[in-house]
Write a new protein. Structure first.
Length: 198
């Protein structure tokens, strides 16, 4: 078993327990399957067309998930940062080629576990089954909220929503990436920011 710094272990446990209280013994058994890796900025954890085989916990850094539209433009779907679990969950579950990419936004320190190892834990432990259920509930709610924001709010209202509810994105992702996530162009977002800052 790899030994991780106690701070990493505590953050990992806190993240899981936010979803569903899980015993320390179960968490330590799960964590024993992980390895700690360092990844450079711009590294591909998954490319479209590949099958996702890993789950990650971000100790440090950020990861973006995106796909391409019919014209080859990047459509940013998610941004993940410290203390979040990350994967391309559809491909991971079905073991089919992904239509999405997972690329690091910055140098990252990640805890990484392979699909067979975490599946064995879910099969053997009801606590983790419950935690996984809660995790996918939260993921669905977040995706629904983002979809509703794109449908109901104007581009300016979407930007103000980010300022009020996700201010870290303003510092941690590029203007182009943020514009894509907000469903607008970089030029339109630049005009909105200029107008609001005057």
């Amino acid at each position: 078993m790899q030994h991780f710094p106690i701070a990493f272990v505590q953050r990992f446990k806190a993240a899981i327990n936010q979803l569903q209280p899980v015993s320390d013994e179960t968490l330590e058994q799960f964590l024993a399957h992980f390895e700690l890796i360092d990844v450079k900025k711009g590294a591909a954890l998954l490319r479209e067309g590949e099958v996702c085989r890993h789950l990650y916990f971000i100790v440090k850094g950020g990861i973006r998930c995106f796909m391409h539209d019919d014209q080859g433009r990047e459509i940013n779907l998610h941004f993940y940062f410290e203390d979040e679990l990350v994967s391309e969950f559809k491909s991971l579950r079905l073991q089919q080629p992904s239509d999405r990419n997972l690329i690091t936004l910055s140098p990252c320190k990640l805890l990484k576990v392979s699909r067979p190892d975490y599946l064995s834990m879910f099969e053997q432990n009801i606590e983790f089954t419950q935690a996984a259920f809660r995790f996918f509930q939260e993921l669905y709610i977040a995706e629904e909220a983002h979809s509703e924001m794109l449908k109901k709010l104007s581009a300016e209202e979407r930007y103000l929503h980010v300022c009020n509810h996700h201010p870290h994105l303003l510092q941690r992702v590029s203007l182009t990436q943020l514009a894509s996530w907000l469903g607008t162009s970089r030029e339109s977002l630049s005009r909105i920011r200029a107008r609001l800052n005057n």
